[in-house]
Each structure stands twice: as structure tokens, then as C-alpha cells.
Design a protein around this ligand. Sequence first.
Ligand SMILES: Nc1nc2c(ncn2[C@@H]2O[C@H](COP(=O)(O)OP(=O)(O)OP(=O)(O)O)[C@@H](O)[C@H]2O)c(=O)[nH]1
Length: 490
Amino acid sequence: MSTTTLIWIVVLVAALLAVALVAGVALSRRRRISLTEKEPDRPVTKGYRAGGGITFAQPGGPATKPAEPEPAAKPAAAKPAEEPPAKRAEAAAPVVDEPVGEDAPVETPAPVDISVPVDTAAPVEPVVPVEAPEPVRHPVADRTEVDGQPGVGDDASVPRDSVRPGLVDVQLPEESSEIDEIEPTAGRLERLRGRLSRSRSTLGSGLLGLLGAGDLDEDSWTDVEDTLLMADLGAAVTMQVVEALRQQIAARGVRTPEQARTLLREVLVDALHPSMDRSLHALPHDGKPAVLLVVGVNGVGKTTTTGKLARVLIADGRTVLLGAADTFRAAAADQLATWGSRVGARTVRGPEGGDPASVAFDAVKQGVGEGVDTVLVDTAGRLHTKTGLMDELGKVKRVVEKQTKVDEVLLVLDATTGQNGLTQARVFSEVVDVTGIVLTKLDGTAKGGIVFQVQRELGVPVKLVGLGEGADDLAPFEPAAFVDALLGQG
Ligand SMILES: Nc1nc2c(ncn2[C@@H]2O[C@H](COP(=O)(O)OP(=O)(O)OP(=O)(O)O)[C@@H](O)[C@H]2O)c(=O)[nH]1
């Protein structure tokens, strides 16, 4: 073999090795989804695509996940106990649903650790004396939609004491003797692509058709306004967006559809306040679990969201305790307990019709005593127009706060309810100081523009979106990805 041939062979092998290395690095980057760092925005070709995982944070701390879960802190010294009223004693003794198969050895695939370590030897904090919550027997008059309040979602106008969908109807997976294998975040985000496809036809094609046509007359601008209003952006945001578009089109001399698309994307992303902190304050701090309350009107997806969120946290190596403070609908506690049993989280529940504040209190007390990372409290659906029910919700939060801080109050809004979501957000915010919005059912609507309004008016960020009924159909809200999906980028 000549020297030249040998040199050629060496060069060829080196080139092949280099190509393989570059391909390997590219593949591994595509697969990796970090729960702590957001990937930079990237153009998408179709539908909603969240570029990163859900970011968890401690209050006031950086929006990142510590390398190791914090150990449970020693319980604080107990205050002298007060005599608890008899009624509270009756309602106490919460039932705890253990995850199915918790005692059995469970083989879980790395890297997801779904075990729920419970240190039974650790001292359990004595009951912190609190002003005992008044037992609430939900008055039927309060619980029933009687005054024809319009449009709080379809479910909201159904009387609360009517037959509600049970476990069978909500299509939960069958009870299993084994804990679920939880999809890694990367897989789920891939699967969520394209879920907003219906939204695209309305906003994307409509606006781009108008703006890309060149010089716009007043009639065309009116059409732009109408399109934005129909997508639920509301009057104020519509005016803001139209104003920005008019200015920029004149300033930049937008002439081509491509320039129009770039400008529209920029203006819409800007209207979504991309700099808002969207991390979820779900990490333990000061030796106590993070406590999250999930609130909203009937049927918006609170229980489903709580279950999905528990899955994400547990997949992230966290220990989670669920509080079934929806004591009105018996099936709701079962529904939550089913979620818990499948992901490896226990559920604290109370008697049907009991005081939701009492259940929330018990769940948090137990979470503190056991040193879990996060307590997720699912509350009953309530119409924001019913002051009695809203007062009850305020009480749930106050009672929990006698033990520890409530780190997040997540208001779940159904994207298909449109404009009414803003009214709900306003009222709930007044009562419980909402810290984040979860927008569900984005897979089933051609709208979703309520995101713009809620954030603008309340300054509360949309943190999560629900894109389906599946257990892993929960994604972080990312303004650029959302706008790309609305515009049908690509
Ligand atoms: N398509 C779709 N359906 C969803 C989503 N989130 C929840 N759902 C469905 O909405 C229905 C109501 O969900 P729940 O979680 O029971 O709602 P809830 O707010 O807890 O209901 P109440 O306790 O009665 O107030 C169920 O059928 C869920 O599967 C979503 O993101 N997309």
C-alpha cells in the first residue's frame, strides 16, 4: 500500500470520527431537558413547543433546583396547646390514602426517583394550636347556581349539588398495584407540540393576511382589532398591540409578509411580559415544605392539574403530600387520591362535607411533621360570584398560614371560558392573593388570548398550561413559544 493511499485512509477515518462526534453531541442536547435552566427561545415549526422544563424555586431564591432535596428540619418547639373545640376534634383524624404498593418494593427506572421516604422515627411536631376552623356544612343555597350567572364556563353554570363526573367519567387510568413510571419531561414536551393548532387559524392566518398585504387602510386596521378581540385579547391589550403595530409598521416600512410576521411576533411576545418570574415556588424552605393552593371555579381542571404537578415534582425527586380540601364533591377526593397512588404521593382527606380548611390544615401539619418537600392542596370549585364560598377559600388560606407560609396560590383558568376568566382572576386575587395562573384546556380552544389580559391587568404571570387530559399534559408557559403557536410559525 502506497504512502498516499495510507494518508487518504487516515484522513477519511478522521473525518468520519468528527462527523459521528458532532452528531452525538447534537442528539444528546436535543434530548436533555433541564428542570432548572431554560433553553433559549427557538423558532418552531408547528404548534406550542415549550423549550424547557418547569422551573421550581424557593421564595426569594434563585429559580433553580438545588442539587439535593433539603433534609427535613427539626420541628419547631410546640406552643402551649389550647383546648381544641369539640367539633374540630370530631372532624380531625384525617384519612391518609397511602400510595398503592408503597410498601412493596418498586422498581423504578433511573433517573426518576419516585419513592416517598417517610422517616417514621423522626419526631412528629405536636399540633400547633390554632383557632379552630368553624365546621362548614355547605348550605345548599350557596352551592347551587340559581341566579343565572352567565358564562363562567359550562361547568360553572351546573348546580354544584348536581351529579358530577365521577372517576370513571374523568378517564383516569385504572387503579394499579404499581406506581406509574413517569414520563421524563423531555418526552412530554415533544408530545405537546401542535396542541394549539386550532388557535392558529384564527389569530395567525387572520392577522398575517391583513398585515402582510402592504399599506393598511382604516378598514384593515379595524379588521386587525376585531381579530385580536375575537381571540380574547380584550380591549386594552388590543389597543396596545394595534398601537405598537401601527407605529412600528410606519417606522420600519414593513412591506413583506415575512417582515409582518416578525413584527407581529415581537409585539405579541412583548405584550406577554416575557420577563415575569414564572418559576414555581414549590421547593422547601426554612425547614418546612412549600405549600401550594390550587383554586378556581368548577370544572376548570384543578384536581387534574394538582395530579399532573405532583407527577412533575416526584419525577424531579421531590416528596409530595396531597391535601384533598375539596370536601364538597366526594369523587374529587377519590380522584386526587387516585392520582396520588399512581405517582407515589399520599393524600390527606377529610369527611365528605367537612371543613375544607380543616383538611388543608391537617395536610400541611402532616407535611411539616414528615418533612416532605411540597404539599399540594386541591380546593373545591367555587363560583367567584358567591361571597360565602369565596370567604371559605380565604379561610382555607388563613388557617394554613397559621402553620407555614403559602408559597403559591395557583388560579386555574379554563382557556375556553374566554373573557370571563379575567373576572374570575380579579375576584380570586382579591380573596387569596393569586401568585400564578394555570391555563388549562388550551388544546381545546381557538382562543387563549385571556393570557394577555390576566397578566396585564393583574400582573400575575401565567406559569403553567394544560394541553390535554393526559397525566403528562402539563407544560411551562413560555411567551415566545405560545406566540409562535398562535401565529402558526413555520
Ligand atoms: N382537554 C383538556 N381537558 C382537561 C385539561 N385539564 C383538565 N381537563 C379535564 O377537565 C375536566 C375537569 O377536570 P377536574 O380536574 O375534575 O376539574 P376541577 O376543577 O377539579 O373540578 P371541580 O372539583 O368539580 O371544580 C376533566 O375531564 C379533566 O380531564 C386540559 O388541559 N385539557
